[in-house]
Write a protein that binds this ligand. Structure first.
Ligand SMILES: [Fe+2]
Ligand SMILES: [Fe+2]
Length: 362
């Protein structure tokens, strides 16, 4: 098979664009910026780049350098070397047609998503248009303006789901600070796994997502009848059957959340490594990793808390019990990692205790 057939269409598009810049690397980046624009751009509120018609970045204003400081160096580089993979193949084609063929009056708008293992995804709106007073029929320079919408997007999305969480908390009298503690333990465990570099999919986004979504693990209890949820003492067989439905209800409620991690946590946080959990008796790593992490966090906290049907355990007794359940209830590898950072779990519990929590009897 021809080797070029292995290339993705995005890679081919990038190569086409890079050819345009062949021999263009000897430009003096800052000298090319018309002097009258310097002061204007330096103080501009928006992150802004200036590129030439060969897609070479000839200038980046201070806000732009700050926005992308952790991702790459800008001035002197090829625009598509820096932003190509964050734009997507369709956008690359459109930008080429914009700059070279004058489509849409030499203007383009779209989105970029810059991602790395170490940093959370940076989402920006991107606008490309010719510099105001280009001489000649084709513009020589283009402004690229970015609008960082990372936090705005995240806040809007999470606010909607926080409302659901608040509604479920009104019903569930057992939560207290349980929800926020489970989030903190889950984040701590995920960060340790990130440091160990065992799982490829644990990156900065994973840690940020699990620190929010772990709190949603029991959101499905919004559909559980109050008399079962608030019953003093043990539940009957039938009541347990109803109670277990909270996993499926949670997955249904979170089905519109864009990251599948939300559904995975709600649906599978009561599955057990040996296949004896619920709702689907998944075995081993068939259980999604985020759910396995939240399971460790949720059970640690549940054991530490006093409930109407059981006393609280102290930290040492809790760790001992959970350590004995690696490979049965819990992912055995996660339990080893949990044991190595169990002291942090205790700190999180102690510094986020519910008011009126008594010292455990054992
Ligand atoms: Fe649950
Ligand atoms: Fe819980």
């Amino acid at each position: 098979m021809d080797k070029s057939e292995d290339k993705t269409s995005a890679e081919e598009e990038l190569e086409t664009l890079e050819d345009l810049d062949a021999g263009g690397g000897d430009e003096e980046p800052r000298d090319a910026l018309p002097v009258r624009y310097t002061a204007l751009f330096e103080e501009c509120l928006f992150p802004l780049l200036l590129i030439n018609a060969k897609f070479r970045i000839i200038y980046a204003n201070p806000r732009c350098q700050k926005l992308f400081t952790d991702f790459s160096c800008l001035e002197g580089n090829q625009f598509f070397d820096v932003f190509g993979r964050s734009l997507g193949v369709e956008a690359l084609r459109e930008i080429r047609e914009t700059v070279l063929d004058g489509k849409n009056g030499f203007s383009w708008k779209g989105y970029s998503m810059l991602k790395s293992r170490e940093l959370e995804t940076l989402r920006s709106r991107v606008f490309i248009f010719p510099l105001a007073d280009n001489p000649g029929p084709s513009p020589e320079y283009f402004e690229v303006v970015f609008d960082d919408v990372t936090e705005e997007n995240k806040r809007l999305l999470r606010n909607v789901f926080m409302s659901l969480l608040e509604a479920s908390r009104l019903k569930d009298n057992d939560t207290g600070h349980h929800i926020s503690r489970v989030s903190r333990y889950s984040e701590r465990l995920a960060r340790e796994l990130y440091d160990k570099k065992i799982y490829e999919n644990i990156d900065a986004d994973f840690i940020d997502d699990i620190s929010f979504l772990a709190s949603m693990h029991d959101v499905g209890k919004i559909g559980t009848p109050d008399d079962i949820l608030n019953k003093e003492g043990p539940l009957s067989k039938w009541e347990w059957k109803v109670m277990r439905e909270h996993t499926k209800n949670g997955a249904y409620i979170l089905s519109t959340y864009p990251n599948p991690m939300a559904k995975e946590i709600a649906l599978s946080h009561h599955e057990k490594w040996d296949g004896t959990g619920y709702p689907f008796q998944l075995i081993g790593d068939m259980i999604p990793l985020p759910a396995r992490i939240v399971s460790v966090a949720d059970v640690y906290d549940a054991l530490r808390m006093e409930r109407s049907y059981k006393p609280a355990l102290n930290h040492e007794a809790t760790v001992k019990q959970m350590a004995g359940e690696g490979g049965t209830h819990f992912d055995p590898f996660l339990i080893e990692v949990f044991k190595s950072i169990a002291g942090n779990f205790e700190e999180i519990y102690e510094s986020n205790k519910d008011a009126g929590t008594k010292n455990p009897r054992n």
